[in-house]
Write a protein that binds this ligand. Sequence first.
Ligand SMILES: [Fe+2]
Length: 263
Amino acid sequence: MKGQDQLLDIIKRIAAGEYSDEIFQLTQADYPQPIRETAEAVGMMMVSIESREYNLELLFRELKENVLKTVLGMANALSARDVYTKGHAERVSRYGERLARRLKLDDEETEHIRIGGMLHDIGKIGFSDRLLSNQDTRPDPEMLAEIRTHPIWGMEILEGLDFLKPVLEFVHSHHERMDGTGYPRGIPAGDLPQGVRIIAIADCFDAITTTRSYQQGQSAEAAFAILRKLAGDHLDPELVEVFIEEINKGGLEPYANTASASE
Ligand SMILES: [Fe+2]
């Protein structure tokens, strides 16, 4: 029968998720009635499935946004406990995103880096009051051990959120170093995703250029010298140079001195 093989072929492709208007060509008058009716029914079914899939996708996107907002709310709650974290996560996120864009990473990866920057220190929410109120430059060994757990706590907080999987690795590994002497796992450069190496640079740069209880914020030039010193053992040397280029071109992220503002 005319159009029979063509109809079967199109139905198979629709079943495989390949939706196109081709099916409606078989509803034209020059095809036999059974072919026309089948094509019309399958075509209507295809349109209805397509629209349900679209709605589901919208719903999922909205759900993801809401979960993300909740998690970011938790990250913001941390800044209420730790004045020096205030603004840090946003700046690390923006520096990370800028470096990702300069490296021409794709939109999805750039978005993961942006979210990773926002959430990298979320595990600090579990810090004790003793640690958060410490004004001493040198934390004692017990405090150091507590500090070193925050990437693990961060990962555990976000673990159940499947769509944040790539971000999880950034949170878990942002204190790892190129030479494998970082924490919590001490994994070497070869095992560190690029996003982790990007966030590590953004994190260091913001820590150096902002004023904290134990230091006065330094200039961008002084920070560049420190980043270059850390390049190799600690930070990715190639990314450090691209990052410096980006800061020279786009400048520093706005920063309010929260340390003195709170006094
Ligand atoms: Fe951290």
